[in-house]
Design a protein around this ligand. Structure first.
Ligand code: 16G
Ligand code: MG
Length: 541
């Protein structure tokens, strides 16, 4: 095998002097720099699969909401979860090995992790619609062939579809089976569950879906074939921004990230007042809702809103089903969650909130500690996970009334409708539509559940962002010394003030978040903290 790996590796030389890092979303950068990285990620996938006794590992080639010229690669663990933390470091190590050391590092990892090279290794993979995808797939294939890995190429998929298929593949034929191992199986599962959850209800008006000109477009068009129209107990979907042939339009003036950061609908949207709209990101693992309020203009219904909506609905169903005392239901957020949403969950819904560092893997992990764990980042990435105990309770509890029976059936339908492996824009969208239909809510009524505190996010460039070290789920700085005290002093002067600074995991910058009772106070607090961070970060402005 050594000579095969060496020969294959020589076709994918590493750019000199480039330092790669497996970050919160895998490796991500200009596609032209990624060839050697993808090859080596293929080697890591083979090792990871062998280490886990030949279970199937997923490899996704995508750069999500980044511009078209970027690409990225990440690994999916057997149950459809993000790659285990310690393996991020092994991936980074192999990605940075000198060309002549690739085999040596591969073997040393094998030895260190006690991996039997004779164990079978299996991988499934897919990519988004970027033009650089096919070439990078070739680099991956060269690694899989050199390591004698069995593989299935799923071609174009959304990231959450690959997570779903990874879990289905590894649970096929077991009591934990997660669904049929095919893309069609995914649509069928969601379509059936949606019908069961809606129980003939209608959504009001239509839903305009902006697919960011990414892979979500063709996949949503496929899903629509499996879900009933509005008049039939489903939803009328209008797809926009679904051009995947013109590479340059991907994520351009559209998509979840654009809508969230610009606080406006894509210019291509023709939706009228009070009409539901949502935007996916480039690989359809994020979703943001919004609408135009004739009185107040553009209104964003972000990840915090989806989390509170889901938690309130599932909490009510659990009570109606007589399961509230048996099941621990909770919400997981990051420090970016609006303070008003946290207060709403704790005070109005009476549910616990846990805060974790940024990055889906942390939220997901914390959510699995609940029987029903609802997690969302404000940017629209999230889902709901159910414990084995919750699944058992939903399927074995004997209903004592028709209302209880109905609540239990809806809960069971939700466990199939929700992609429990990772945040999934298609599945989350059907969840939101189901809840709005059950509550007979317009987007305006959803928006009125609580009032967001005005907030501001600022990106601050500093000499070295790595000197900013945090604790307390990124809400408190431990270094540079004294900075946190000065932040606290400033914050204490603002009504409902809250602010934190953390080094970005994806860009060379520090992000400052601030919220306060009024718009001008939030802006003022943000700019004061930003100036402080810039100063303490070693740059005077
Ligand atoms: C990554 C994360 C996303 C997070 C963002 C923060 C995943 C799959 N993606 O895109 O959840 O919000 O990083 O970026 O975990 P930042 O560290 O630059 O603020
Ligand atoms: Mg994404």
């Amino acid at each position: 095998m050594d000579s095969k790996i060496l020969a294959a590796s020589s076709k994918h030389p590493k750019p000199v002097d480039h330092l790669f890092q497996y970050g919160t979303a895998g490796f991500r950068m200009k596609a032209t720099l990624l060839d050697s990285v993808v090859f080596r990620v293929g080697l890591v996938a083979a090792l990871r699969s062998r280490k886990l006794g030949g279970q199937t590992i997923g490899v996704m080639i995508t750069a999500s909401h980044n511009p078209p010229e970027d690409n990225g690669v990440k690994l999916v663990d057997p149950m459809g979860e993000m790659l285990e933390n310690s393996w991020e470091a092994y991936s980074t190590e192999l990605a940075n090995a000198k060309d002549e050391d690739v085999v040596k590092v591969y073997r040393s990892l094998e030895e260190k992790l006690k991996i039997n090279p004779d164990t079978a290794s299996r991988v499934i993979y897919a990519r988004d619609t970027r033009p650089s995808g096919p070439k990078l797939v070739q680099a991956l294939l060269d690694a899989l062939n050199a390591t004698g890995t069995e593989y299935t190429d799923y071609k174009l998929l959304t990231t959450p579809q690959l997570h779903y298929l990874t879990r289905c593949t590894n649970t096929e034929g077991t009591p934990q089976s997660y669904g049929e191992v095919s893309e069609k199986g995914y649509y069928e599962k969601l379509g059936k569950a949606f019908k069961r959850a809606m129980k003939g209800r209608k959504t009001v008006g239509s839903l305009t879906v902006d697919c960011a000109n990414g892979v979500g477009g063709p996949k949503l068009a496929e899903l629509v074939k499996y879900i009933p129209a509005g008049s039939d107990g489903g939803v009328d979907i209008k797809i926009i921004n679904d051009d995947v042939l013109k590479a340059e339009v991907l994520n351009h003036e559209c998509g979840a990230d654009y809508v969230k950061t610009k606080q406006r609908a894509p210019p291509t949207s023709k939706a009228g007042n009070n009409e539901r709209c949502c935007s996916y990101d480039g690989d359809a693992d994020r979703i943001i809702y919004y609408f135009n309020d004739p009185e107040h203009g553009f209104r964003l219904l972000d990840g915090d809103r989806i989390a509170t909506l889901a938690a309130s609905f599932i909490g009510d169903l659990a009570r109606e089903a007589g399961l509230a005392s048996e099941l621990k239901i909770g919400v997981v957020q990051t420090a970016y969650a609006n303070g008003a949403s946290t207060k709403y969950v704790e005070k109005t819904l009476g549910l616990p909130v846990v805060c974790t560092p940024t990055g889906v893997k942390w939220l997901h992990h914390a959510a699995t500690k609940f029987d029903v764990g609802v997690y969302f980042e404000a940017n629209g990435h999230g889902t709901v996970v159910f414990s084995q105990q919750a699944l058992k309770a939903f399927s074995t509890k004997e209903p004592e009334s028709p209302a209880q029976a109905s609540a239990l059936e809806t809960l069971r339908a939700l466990t199939d409708l929700i992609n429990q492996t990772v945040g999934d824009a298609l599945s989350d969208m059907l969840l939101v539509e189901t809840i709005l239909a059950h509550k007979s809510w317009t987007p305006k009524e959803w928006d009125l559940t609580y009032t967001d505190l005005p907030n501001r996010l600022v990106r601050v460039e500093v000499a070295n962002r790595n000197i900013f070290k945090t604790t307390n789920a990124e809400r408190t700085l431990v270094e540079p010394q004294g900075t946190q005290d000065r932040i606290d002093q400033l914050v204490s002067k603002f009504k409902d003030g809250r602010s934190f600074a953390r080094a970005s995991g994806t860009e060379d910058a520090v992000r400052v978040y601030a919220e306060a009772a009024t718009r001008s106070e939030a802006d003022d607090l943000a700019s004061k903290i930003a100036a402080l961070v810039k100063h303490d970060g070693g740059m005077t402005s």
